[in-house]
Structure formats: structure tokens, C-alpha cells
Design a protein around this ligand. Structure first.
Ligand SMILES: C[S@@+](CC[C@H](N)C(=O)[O-])C[C@H]1O[C@@H](n2cnc3c(N)ncnc32)[C@H](O)[C@@H]1O
Length: 264
């Protein structure tokens, strides 16, 4: 039997990190956009997760992640990392001037956990501080699994990682809570694109790149892709949205950085 406890899921994920790419992993443009929006003096900074690409954005950074395996595999003692849950963070109110995170909402159920997450962030960010989160949002007008696979087979997608993300979003859009079991992405792929050689010929993707879709197989992890309006509905009145920053890479329109500030 496959062990799919969260830690084992992330352990596998950590080992495969280098085989993954944008949009799941933030690209150089995302990092530059974070840096610009954080300004010259981000102050006391909290990173939600142990995303290595974001580790150098502040010299005084604390990371918090609930997977010891991810911390061990990706953090390498860079700065302070705490094992803990974003929904139960052990920090005093107003402990941080800047809070950053990459894709955190995808791992939390909406609307309840998203609301709780934002409420926790509102408490720990100091007055005058800022929260920057790259969010993975599904399109307001959902597309079908079939449309996504048709586009891939027509050679209309540049990256296999963007394809996996689009396919997952199409599956998630079928549920009212916009959540899917990630194993369903692999099962859908098997059913709609049974011939990997055909896909490779149409796209130019290497077999080992296409194989990254197999990482989802046997997992009981769930991903959530709310629309941007659904995300906004989970943000408490104590926070205000000050900007939404978009990159220019494939699927960047679905991966903006949301900038929030506490209301005075
Ligand atoms: C930030 S995310 C999303 C993927 C992403 N782009 C990244 O940079 O890793 C992945 C991390 O979130 C962590 N995580 C998931 N749910 C969590 C929670 N409730 N509290 C703390 N960490 C959590 C996982 O252990 C994993 O290391």
C-alpha cells in the first residue's frame, strides 16, 4: 500500500523538486516580482513554506512549514525554519513586517481554511506591513479536461508543467469547492492521452518531463484552485488588497502575486 501521509507526500515531492518547473516552482520573473513588491527594507520577514527560490528575499527571514521532510530536503539550514502549521502559527501578534508565500492556498480547503489562513496572517502582520502571496487561481470561465488535452495534442502548450496545472484546474473546476484529488489528474491523463509518444511528437516534451505527471499517482493529496473572486471572498475586512502582480510566462494569468496590507 502506498503511504500517503502528508509528510510522505512531501518527502516524495522534495526528492523530485528539481524535476518540476514553473508554474508550480516560482520562476526568476516571480522572484523578481516578489523582490520589487517587498521593497528595499522588508523588515522581519516570514516565509510560508520552504520554497528555496524565495529564501534569499530577506536577510532576516523565518520559514514555517509543517513537513519535516520538506525542511530537511529543501532548506539546508539556510535561515531559521520552524516546523508548524500555517493555521496554528506560534507567533505573537504583529511579529512580522512582511509575510510571503508561494502557492499556499492550493493546499488548503476553501472556504473555511482559506478564511482561517487569512485571519491568521492578518494577526501576525504588523501595522504598515505587507502580505505577498502567489496564488494559483482557476479561470472564472472553466475549461474542460477534454479542451486542455486537445490543446496539448495540437502543440498549443509550451511546457508540460503548465499543461499539468491546466489539467488539474479543469478537473478541480468541476467541484463546487474547486478541489481535486491530484491522483485524478494522472487518471485523466491516462484516459484522454493514452499515447505518450503522440504527445511527445506533438509538443517536443521529453519522456522524462511527461513522466512527472506520474508523481500524482497513488497520492491522496488534494489541491484547491479557487477563482480570484473566491480568494477575495475569503479575505477578512481587516486586510485590504493593494495590488495584483502578473508575470508574463505561460499560465502567468492564473498565478498572480496578491499584495495585501492591514487596514489602518
Ligand atoms: C508552499 S507550498 C506549494 C508549492 C510551492 N510552490 C512551493 O514553493 O513549495 C508547499 C509546502 O507547503 C507545506 N504545507 C502544506 N500545508 C501546510 C500547512 N497547513 N502548514 C504549513 N506548511 C504546509 C508543505 O509541507 C510544502 O513544503
Amino acid at each position: 500500500m502506498t503511504d500517503t501521509t502528508p509528510d510522505n507526500y512531501w518527502q516524495g515531492f522534495a526528492q523530485r523538486w528539481n524535476r518540476l518547473g514553473s508554474p508550480l516552482r516560482p520562476c526568476a520573473e516571480d522572484v523578481a516580482n516578489f523582490r520589487k513588491a517587498m521593497g528595499d527594507d522588508p523588515g522581519r520577514c516570514l516565509l510560508l513554506g520552504v520554497t528555496p527560490e524565495l529564501a534569499d528575499l530577506s536577510p532576516t527571514l523565518t520559514a514555517i512549514d509543517n513537513s519535516a521532510a520538506m525542511i530537511a530536503a529543501l532548506w539546508h539550514g539556510r535561515q531559521r525554519a520552524i516546523l508548524g502549521d500555517w493555521l496554528e502559527m506560534p507567533f505573537a501578534p504583529a511579529s512580522f513586517d512582511t509575510v510571503i508565500g508561494d502557492g499556499c492556498l492550493v493546499l488548503l480547503a476553501q472556504p473555511m481554511q482559506h478564511q482561517r489562513f487569512f485571519e491568521r496572517l492578518a494577526k501576525i502582520v504588523a501595522p504598515g506591513g505587507r502580505i505577498l502571496l502567489r496564488v494559483f487561481v482557476g479561470p472564472e470561465q472553466p475549461e474542460t479536461r477534454e479542451e486542455v488535452c486537445r490543446d496539448a495534442l495540437a502543440g498549443k502548450m509550451r511546457s508540460v508543467h503548465a499543461f499539468k496545472w491546466r489539467l488539474s484546474m479543469a478537473v478541480a473546476s468541476e467541484a463546487p469547492d474547486r478541489t481535486l484529488a491530484v491522483a485524478e489528474t494522472a487518471a485523466t491523463f491516462d484516459r484522454l492521452i493514452p499515447d505518450r509518444k503522440q504527445l511527445a511528437a506533438a509538443t517536443g516534451w521529453r519522456a522524462d518531463e511527461i513522466e512527472t505527471i506520474d508523481f500524482y499517482r497513488g497520492s491522496d493529496a488534494r489541491y484547491c484552485y479557487p477563482t480570484l473572486s473566491q480568494v477575495r471572498n475569503s479575505i477578512p475586512a481587516s486586510l485590504k488588497e493593494t495590488s495584483v502582480i502578473y508575470g508574463s510566462y505561460e499560465l502567468a494569468g492564473r498565478c498572480p502575486i496578491l499584495v495585501l496590507e492591514p487596514r489602518a
